[in-house]
Write a protein that binds this ligand. Structure first.
Ligand code: OAD
Length: 239
């Protein structure tokens, strides 16, 4: 099975990866909904911590939670899965992850559908945005331009995805011959829809996950196991 996945990816022109939290799990970053338990959304309330309404209610609580997550990422290192993806120079990496582990593994062509932890932006309409140091993330603070609160530059539930990243992701998935879906439950839309977009455009769908997922029924090849072990095998031609 890994051989056929490897052959499909090696042959594909314009291959695309679509990754989720499972890609960074072996770097010590918790997932959101793991079948084995321990996902963030089984311990924390997404309505409180990942919505604009939750931020309006308690901006300090939300900022502190993201400070914790930012420090986790700063202390983490890219794993073998990130490095294997990064070695595929032609691949477009569409990711739902807000960490910077693909970047630190040396990947280029990364589209962050759900924003990034490494930036803050103003909740008002002034457009202020600023890179932050994830090793020493700032506490809640006011926008230097307009005085409203600054918030993490991630996409929260009920918000639209960054237009540029989404448009580029749809275009890449519509034109690819193979889509490598890694470590995502494929339950969050519109990101999960990209699998259907690629399939309908004729791409082969390869799924790597430690368990079956909502992507399973669309898979041409499904490999069950950790991304850090499987990706170096199926992408060995690029390494
Ligand atoms: P989930 O937590 O929903 O799913 C993680 C998936 O990774 C599960 O299907 C696991 O089985 C799988 N997995 C865990 N460890 C793995 C490993 N070592 N190798 C391979 N697979 C592994 O994460 P996402 O699908 O990324 O959104 O979640 C999508 C969005 O939901 C996130 O971007 C986030 C969340 O709410 C926002 O914050 C906007």
């Amino acid at each position: 099975m890994p051989e056929s996945a490897a052959a499909l990816l090696e042959r594909a022109r314009r291959p695309v990866s679509l990754s989720g939290a499972g890609l960074s799990a072996e770097s010590g970053i918790p997932t959101f909904r793991d079948q084995l338990g321990g996902g963030l959304w089984s311990q924390y309330d997404p309505a409180q911590l990942a919505t604009p309404q939750g931020f309006s209610r308690d901006p300090k609580l939300v900022t502190e939670w993201y400070r914790w997550r930012r420090k986790l990422v700063a202390d983490a290192e890219p794993n073998a899965g990130h490095h294997a993806l990064a070695a595929c120079a032609e691949m477009v990496h569409v990711t739902q992850n807000v960490d910077d582990l693909l970047e630190r593994a040396g990947a280029r062509n990364i589209l962050h559908l759900h924003g990034v932890l490494g930036r803050d932006r103003c909740i008002g309409g002034c457009g202020f945005t600023e890179a932050i140091d994830m090793a020493e993330p700032p506490p809640l603070r006011a926008c230097p331009r307009c005085g409203k609160w600054l918030r993490p530059g991630v996409v929260w539930f009920g918000e639209t995805l960054p237009t540029d990243a989404w448009t580029a992701a749809v275009s890449a998935c519509s034109a690819c011959e193979a889509l490598l879906v890694v470590g995502t439950s494929a339950t969050v839309y519109p990101a999960a829809d990209l699998i259907r977009v690629a399939k309908q455009a004729g791409a082969k769908i390869l799924v790597v996950n430690t368990a079956t997922s909502e992507a399973s029924h669309l898979a041409d090849v499904e490999l069950i196991g950790p991304a850090g072990e499987l990706l170096p095998k199926i992408l060995s031609w690029a390494l």
